[in-house]
Design a protein around this ligand. Structure first.
Ligand SMILES: C[S@@+](CC[C@H](N)C(=O)[O-])C[C@H]1O[C@@H](n2cnc3c(N)ncnc32)[C@H](O)[C@@H]1O
Ligand SMILES: [Zn+2]
Length: 398
């Protein structure tokens, strides 16, 4: 997933391009809703809350809350065999790594992949030209899927130099011409025999000389502005080759790939080319139109079947939730809060505490226990439908 990077810029596709009309904002100011989310995180996810406190400016804090809320959902929907790749750049990668540690767990950090994109740059006089982004890669458990990938170019490997004259197409050793006097090769030959239970025939590929296995620094070109085939004109469009690599490494055919910031559908096209199932979300309606057009173009008429939903996604994994003020919820919350009102902090008997929605239902807050807290009658009356910020200010004044 490639979310906004907190670049302090707004993006719009050029008028006249295929993507014209697509735009998104990447400027941040702390809103009342951010503050309400911060309050929810403070009471329900203390480790994540401490990370948010590391933000130096309110704008950074607003960006981090926005990301934290979405990353918590990404953690929820990720399968135990899945991996998340969070694409960011040096503006926020150091903060986002802390957020990821808090949400996914430090032990689930797998790799930091650097995408180095060599492209033309003018003379930067006071610093090095900035030419890399970062992918923070996390799993959800220790059973994540991983397929080793190799560089296309194999000419720098020991095997290539050693067996050059035996190779067909610079890559394959066939049964008809094998370096059988070489003990290193004989090991591969034995493995082949064991796998197939026979001697190789003339045309059997006994060994393939692959390139180096990939490490954590990837040199891949950005989308070439002159490449009419790949470029769709969407601002921030990423290269297919980059996402294909990620998908090939971390999933198998038939698996599900999800990109919650899918832009002009690069992830979806890459996933489809590799026979994965896929789903994407983008807030921009122009992006949706463009996605359908691009998929149809890239993947053929099959894409008349793509389902495009425009209503706000609802969780369907909760079953029927008990009413917010059910005795079970009250009991759980009473334990969590050690019997104290979440506003004034005073201790009360359970019958004197009331269930409150941290994020008001009118603002999209749910009846899920994660969005509930106990307040004493007096605090609840003061707060009403407003955020905790309001209550705290009021309590300080009295
Ligand atoms: C950096 S771009 C992604 C580009 C994409 N990887 C591609 O190659 O086209 C970020 C995308 O996130 C979308 N976006 C911004 N805020 C969003 C939100 N709250 N929910 C969903 N999408 C959002 C923007 O419309 C934009 O398309
Ligand atoms: Zn109170």
């Amino acid at each position: 997933m490639t979310p906004p990077f907190n670049s302090n810029a707004n993006y719009a596709a050029p008028i006249g391009s295929e993507a014209a009309g697509a735009e998104f904002k990447d400027t941040w100011t702390l809103s009342d809703l951010d503050t309400e989310w911060i309050n929810l995180i403070a009471s329900k996810h203390p480790a994540l809350y401490r990370v948010l406190l590391a933000a130096i400016t309110d704008n950074d804090k607003s960006y981090l809350v926005y990301m934290a809320v979405r990353l918590m959902e990404m953690h929820r929907v990720l399968k135990s065999t899945g991996t998340i790749y969070l694409h960011c750049d040096p503006t926020m990668s150091h903060y986002l790594k802390l957020v990821m540690d808090a949400v996914f767990g430090r032990d689930n950090f797998v790799n930091e992949v650097i995408w180095h994109y060599k492209s033309f740059h003018g003379q930067t006089r006071r610093y090095f030209a900035k030419k890399h982004d970062t992918f923070l890669m996390y799993s959800k458990s220790d059973t994540w899927t991983f397929n080793r990938l190799y560089e296309d170019d194999n000419t720098q490997t020991v095997d290539f130099k050693r067996w050059r004259k035996y190779l067909v197409d610079g890559r394959y050793i066939l049964g008809r011409n094998m370096p059988v006097q070489d003990s290193r090769f004989v090991r591969y030959l034995k493995a082949w025999r064991k796998k197939y239970g026979r001697e190789p025939g003339n045309d059997d590929v006994v060994y393939e000389v692959k390139g180096q296995s990939l490490d954590t620094v990837w040199d891949l070109k950005p989308v070439d502005p002159k490449d009419k085939k790949e470029k769709v004109g969407y601002p921030t469009q990423k290269p297919l080759a980059l996402y294909q690599r990620i998908i090939a490494a971390s999933s198998n055919k038939g698996d599900i790939v999800f990109d919650p910031f899918c832009g002009c559908a690069t992830t979806l096209v890459a996933a489809d080319r590799l026979d994965r199932q896929w789903a994407g979300i983008d807030v921009s309606s122009t992006a949706a139109t463009l996605i359908l057009r691009r998929l149809r173009h890239d993947r053929g008429p099959l894409y008349d079947d793509v389902i495009h939903l425009t209503d706000i996604p609802q969780r369907n994994d909760l079953g029927k939730l008990p009413p917010a003020n059910s005795p079970a919820n009250k009991k759980l919350l009473y334990g969590e809060q050690a019997g104290n009102c979440e506003g004034c902090g005073q201790h009360f008997q359970v019958q004197n505490l009331e269930v409150d929605h941290i994020i008001a239902k009118s603002k999209g807050g749910t009846d899920h226990i994660e969005n509930l807290q106990l307040l004493c009658g007096s605090c609840n009356r003061i707060k009403g439908n407003r955020g905790m910020e309001y209550l705290q200010v009021k309590l300080q004044l009295t």
